[in-house]
Design a protein around this ligand. Structure first.
Ligand code: SAM
Ligand code: SF4
Ligand code: SF4
Length: 372
């Protein structure tokens, strides 16, 4: 990676207790480039638009925690579309050129197409469009794909953990049939929201027997299947290392029947390792968040539904931007707060997880809140 090392001020040292980055004076105008404390640029922004979901995937929102009593955020706490767009504009001014909408289930947010339209109108400092994508469980895609495309969405990623209807219903834990998600994927393809990626989280003993059936099903189709290692994100899924199926095992099992050759990454910092079918009939990806940390190239910030910025998926605390937005802060203040919190970022949880076991004991934000 071409790392630009820039001078860093450690604002944590300078910041009085109880103050957040947003309360400090703003630096100069955004320049289209921000580096963190380890020299990593800011390129991607994931925006969570809701903490609610119509699924209760067992590895993400287990029913015993996310039950009827669970307190989701009140509507007034959520950033409005105007607020999200205003914050995103400052991120884009700082060098973000890829935005992914997520959740909870992002298609549950009312009039999400309107937000897509607003974000699609953003331009990078050199006048380019932003690469605008969305991750969804696919349940509402059939109805929404065309409107999302017309609003300016470029692509979608659909989560699909099983092709076996019974197992799929068991994993989403709300008895949702897999056929409806497959219809959603086809509708997204027909609407031109491709290339579509299909994400399968693999959990030992739950769906690892479906690795090969999934590979067979999507080989030779326009869809790019990606296998994700089950992660210790959040504190409610009871994660254990022995439930992780390492990516190298996924590749080994597929290659034993369908020969694979390793392919180069599309760009620096790509989270998936790519493998092509040797017979030229497409590719798969593996995302080894647990067994092969990729912190050194991590260029991703996450904006929560209520306007907090998380500089790592495994962070326990976010930096509040909603306060600036709702208390009359200027765009320059917003831009300054983003610059400071990125400048001071030193997160590398996945590397530490491998180095020191006690990193896992930290309290972490839930996946359904931050959006993966
Ligand atoms: N609801 C949407 C969906 O499922 O696509 C978007 C939000 S979901 C939190 C984003 C992604 O995180 C999904 O692909 C999901 O499978 C993945 N995910 C959730 N919990 C995970 C875990 N413990 N380990 C790995 N991936 C996880
Ligand atoms: Fe919902 Fe996505 Fe989490 Fe499943 S992975 S519970 S669909 S937010
Ligand atoms: Fe990025 Fe944090 Fe994941 Fe490392 S652990 S790749 S810093 S999100």
């Amino acid at each position: 990676m071409n790392k630009r090392v820039i001078p860093i001020v450690d604002y944590r040292q300078a910041m009085p207790p109880g103050m957040d980055a947003g309360m400090l004076p703003a630096p100069a105008e955004p320049t289209g480039f921000l580096g963190d404390a380890l020299g990593r640029p800011l390129h991607d922004l994931r925006i969570s638009v809701t903490d609610r979901c119509n699924f209760r995937c067992v590895y993400c929102m287990p029913k015993d925690v996310f039950d009827k009593q669970y307190q989701f955020l009140p509507h007034s706490a959520l950033l409005t579309f105007e607020e999200i767009t205003r914050v995103a504009r400052q991120f884009v001014a700082h060098g973000v050129h890829k935005i992914r909408l997520t959740g909870g289930e992002p298609l549950l947010r009312k009039n999400i197409e309107r937000l897509v339209e607003m974000l699609a109108a953003l331009r990078t400092p050199d006048g380019r469009e932003v690469d605008l994508t969305l991750t969804t469980n696919g349940t509402l895609l059939k109805q929404k794909a065309q409107a999302l495309k017309e609003a300016g969405l470029k692509r979608v990623t659909v989560s699909l953990d099983s092709l076996d209807d019974q197992n799929f219903r068991r994993m989403n834990d709300v008895d949702f049939p897999v056929a409806r998600v497959l219809e959603g994927i086809e509708a997204a393809h027909a609407a031109g929201l491709g290339p579509i990626k299909i994400n399968m989280v693999v959990k030992q003993g739950l769906n690892d027997h479906e690795i090969l059936p999934m590979a067979r099903r999507f080989k030779g189709t326009p869809y790019i299947l990606r296998f994700i290692e089950y992660m210790d994100v959040g504190s409610s899924n009871g994660w254990r290392m022995d439930q992780v199926v390492p990516s190298r095992e996924v590749v080994r099992r597929i290659a034993a029947e369908l020969p694979l050759v390793e392919a180069d990454p599309n760009y620096t910092g790509e989270t998936a390792e790519r493998w092509r079918y040797a017979d030229g009939s497409g590719e798969i990806g593996v995302i080894s968040s647990v067994t092969h940390a990729f912190c050194q190239d991590c260029s991703r910030a996450r904006l929560s539904t209520e306007g907090r910025v998380y500089t790592c998926l495994f962070a326990s605390e976010g930096h509040d931007l909603r306060g600036i937005v709702r208390n009359g802060g200027s765009d320059a203040e917003l831009a300054g707060a983003i610059a400071r919190l990125w400048n001071q970022r030193g997160d590398r949880y996945s590397e530490l997880r491998s180095e020191q076991q006690n990193a896992r004991a930290l309290r972490k934000v839930e996946m359904s809140y931050i959006g993966g």
